[in-house]
Design a protein around this ligand. Structure first.
Ligand SMILES: *Cc1c(COP(=O)(O)O)cnc(C)c1O
Length: 390
């Protein structure tokens, strides 16, 4: 079967030819001056993409999970308390990692499909008058549910209670695709990964710290192993790495940043919003409901879609893969089979997403969902087309 189709999982995302070529290089000496020269433009580009020209950025071999761990081991020590919202699979996994590393996690539960509950966070911070909570952990874009949380509002809750806790944010499925304002939101630590908005294969964790967080990381003498960010910051500032980096991915990252900045970050964000709206128009036309409870929560990078009673989300994903060679995201978590997900981030055009919607629609039709062929595609076309219908 011819299967050179775009992929619609929320990471890894489609890898453009330009980035594949940028990574297809003969071995490169990572200690050579030429390699060192690509590090500083990458760092500057990342500061722009994270929304903080003064951020301390590091990129190193690993995935988003490695990025989470680097934040936890550099900024916190076992036994310290952190406050975290659990509203989906990724927040759940970050909490589990924090617990495994010996942190005491105060968990605020929110229904899957909801964002971070700001009032409850504010109450928990207000009650902590002794300031034992060292950090708040928040997932900006919950990839399991397609829900965006309001990070600026979490900052306001911290400031409103004059609480000094660090604000640590998972931006793995939002940074480089959706607006992220590290400086304006007062984020102390932000985590991204190469395989989502950066359009690369998995393999790099990308982390940014505020001045306050870097000072804390430098002062924290607890064990950090090979994830010691201070050592990385120092090496990167000198145009090198403390140990062999994933050279081809670093080449790819340099090119990916160039692509994003050439398009323009506001344009990249607007394209993601526009494509997400097309996907949501199709979902509505299919008569299906997003997992996200209300429109202000809708993610611009992934839509999790509930299937009606008696249908299976896993069956949708399997049929699309087996019959049409196209990949969509399975549902995650306890309600997994009730959901399937369409990833719409990274290297994606209107034309590409229309092919995904057409296949998703045929799949639902094949599996006897009640819909008219063409309805969802037409809804997206109406959103994308220049001509408004009378
Ligand atoms: C993909 C993702 C991660 C990281 O997962 P890895 O598989 O370790 O790269 C973390 N958080 C969110 C929100 C994600 O979407």
């Amino acid at each position: 079967m011819i299967a050179n189709n775009p992929i619609f999982i929320p990471g890894p995302t489609n890898i453009p030819e330009r980035l594949r070529l940028a990574m297809a290089k003969a071995a490169w000496d990572h200690r050579s001056p030429a390699f060192g020269e690509i590090i500083s433009p990458i760092a500057k580009g990342l500061q722009q993409i994270f929304g903080d020209p003064g951020a301390h950025v590091a990129f190193f071999t690993g995935s988003g999970t490695t990025g989470w761990q680097s934040v936890l081991v550099n900024l916190l020590a076992p036994g310290q308390r952190v406050l975290a919202v659990r509203n989906g699979m990724f927040s759940e996994r970050w909490i589990a990692l924090a617990q495994d590393l010996g942190l005491v996690v105060d968990i605020i539960e929110a229904p899957w499909g909801q964002g971070a509950p700001i009032a409850e966070l504010g109450d928990a911070l207000a009650q902590d008058s002794a300031h034992q909570i060292a950090a708040v952990l928040a997932v900006h874009n919950e990839t399991s549910t397609g829900v965006r949380s309001d990070i600026a509002a979490i900052r306001q809750a911290l400031d409103g209670t004059k609480h000094p806790a660090l604000l640590c944010v998972d931006g793995v499925s939002s940074i480089a695709s959706m607006p992220f304002e590290m400086q304006e939101w007062g984020v102390d630590a932000a985590v991204a990964g190469s395989q989502k908005g950066f359009m690369l294969p998995t393999g790099l964790a990308i982390v940014a710290l505020s001045d306050k967080a870097r000072a804390l990381a430098a002062a924290n003498k607890g064990p950090k192993g090979c994830l010691n960010l201070e050592i990385l910051f120092t090496a990167l500032a000198a145009g090198s790495f403390p140990f062999t980096p994933a050279v081809s991915l670093v080449s790819g990252l340099a090119e990916s940043i160039e692509m994003l900045l050439e398009e323009g970050l506001p344009q990249v964000h607007a394209r993601h919003r526009h494509i997400a709206q097309g996907v949501r128009a199709a979902v509505t036309a299919w008569g299906l409901e997003p997992v996200a409870h209300s429109p202000e929560l809708f993610s611009d990078t992934v839509t999790a879609i509930r299937v009606p009673p008696g249908y299976s989300g896993n069956a949708v994903v399997e049929h699309a893969r087996n019959r049409y060679a196209m990949n969509f995201g399975i549902g995650l978590g306890p309600d997994g089979d009730r959901v399937f997900r369409i990833g719409h981030l990274g290297y994606l055009s209107e034309a590409m997403v229309l092919s995904g919607l057409a296949v998703a629609e045929m799949t639902l039709h094949d599996l006897n969902f009640s819909l008219t062929l063409g309805a969802g595609v037409a809804a997206a076309q109406r959103h994308f087309s220049d001509k408004t219908e009378a």
